[in-house]
Design a protein around this ligand. Structure first.
Ligand code: NAI
Ligand code: MG
Length: 353
């Protein structure tokens, strides 16, 4: 019987609330693949930073490396600057473990109201491949003359041919399993170095995939089209910053940020991949027991797929779809009054066990 060891970084706020529920669903669904899971909850979060001055222990990455995958809630809390928590764990983790694919699906489920008028279930079905290790989030730059009127901040974007090429290849490979269309997000009209390399690399990679339709779109036009005609997108490949912003948009046009899952993936499997909801720690609803657990549950479903538990993954996703379609149990972000636990229990009941 395959068994997997998972590190659970619940993090802050609703993070631990929703990851705990995702664990329950995985434990149940895993039976379908005769798999079992061992969960290690690691309390590396903002509270630890406030007490010990570090989000995670010094040997944190060495310890994380030993797991088959990592399930993350959300890290960040008022009172600790967001750049401290983000640079204290998640961003270095993405680079150290070479998690260069940030996979972010957005799907309009039956029973969920899109804020866009007249959108049919399934009509929005976008899979974003966001570059996750370089681009605008490279830790390059500096500040000088701090606190003076002539203070300077340099924020340097890093684009490498290898970095662009590998995320684009991943996107084309992904598109072959879907509707065979890739849209590359650019801004090469204004960003004449990095984004021009991005475009050139895209054209070169596209030549290797003649069976896949390839388009380039400026990021501002893409922002408009994610709202105006989201059904025109299949696979989207974007830089770190553009992918980050566009996936909040793709999440909300499919109903709620409480439904948007993601995976930070090392396709070569040299390191454990990290699965997490797109949303943050939601301080405004933390501790109330009303967070929507479905984004975390769907992220855990992506983890099941990645680990090689396809039946469990499929059943989990179908159970979520069935619960949303039935519409009986809904958390407040979806217009209902159900709690986090009630929503999870509805999913557990919908599993074919
Ligand atoms: P957020 O995603 O935590 O919240 C934005 C809004 O969406 C809030 O009104 C919240 O109540 C709602 N929301 C989020 N998730 C929900 C869910 N599962 N169910 C129902 N409603 C939900 O974003 P915000 O407020 O900008 O960030 C809060 C903290 O989280 C910050 O410290 C931020 O840095 C951190 N953060 C961490 C992330 C990560 O660890 N990957 C990602 C995004 C934010
Ligand atoms: Mg974001």
């Amino acid at each position: 019987m395959p068994s997997y060891r998972i590190a659970v970084l619940g993090g802050d706020g609703i993070g631990p609330e929703v990851t705990d529920q995702a664990i329950r669903v995985v434990d149940a669904a895993a039976k379908l693949d005769a798999a079992s899971f061992e969960w290690d909850r690691l309390p590396w979060n903002s509270a630890r930073y406030l007490k010990e001055g570090r989000v995670m222990p010094e040997d944190g990455f060495d310890r994380l490396r030993t797991y088959d995958a990592i399930l993350l809630g959300a890290i960040g809390w008022p009172g600790v600057p967001d750049h401290v928590t983000l640079h204290g764990l998640l961003l270095p983790l993405r680079r150290k473990f070479d998690l260069y694919v940030n996979l972010r699906p957005a799907y309009l489920f039956d029973g969920v109201q899109s804020p866009l008028r007249d959108k049919k279930p399934g009509s929005i079905d976008i899979l974003v491949y966001r570059e996750n290790t370089e681009g605008e989030y490279a830790p390059l730059g500096g500040r000088h003359y701090e606190g003076t009127p002539h203070e300077i901040a340099l924020q340097v974007s890093l684009f490498t041919r290898r970095g662009c090429e590998r995320i684009m290849r991943a996107a084309f490979e992904g598109a072959r399993k879907r509707r065979k269309k890739v849209t590359s997000i650019t801004k090469s009209n204004a960003l004449g170095f990095g984004m021009v390399l991005w475009d050139e690399t895209f054209r070169a990679v596209a030549r290797d995939y003649p069976d896949v339709e390839a388009h380039s779109l400026l990021v501002d036009a893409a922002a408009m089209d994610f709202v105006r005609r989201p059904e025109s997108f299949d696979v989207v490949v974007a830089s770190n910053l553009f992918g980050d912003i566009l996936t909040d948009l793709s999440a909300i046009v499919t109903g709620s940020v409480g439904l948007a899952p993601s995976g930070n993936i090392n396709p070569e499997r040299r390191f454990p991949s990290v699965f997490e909801p797109v949303h943050g720690s939601a301080p405004d609803i933390a501790g109330k027991g009303i967070a929507n657990p479905l984004a975390a549950i769907l992220s855990a479903g992506m983890m099941l797929d990645h680990l090689g538990c396809p039946q469990a993954a499929r059943a989990l996703r179908q159970a979520v779809a069935d619960v949303l379609k039935a519409g009986q149990v809904r958390t407040p972000d979806l217009g209902g009054q159900a709690t986090t636990v009630q929503m999870t229990e509805a999913v557990l009941q919908a599993l074919p066990l």
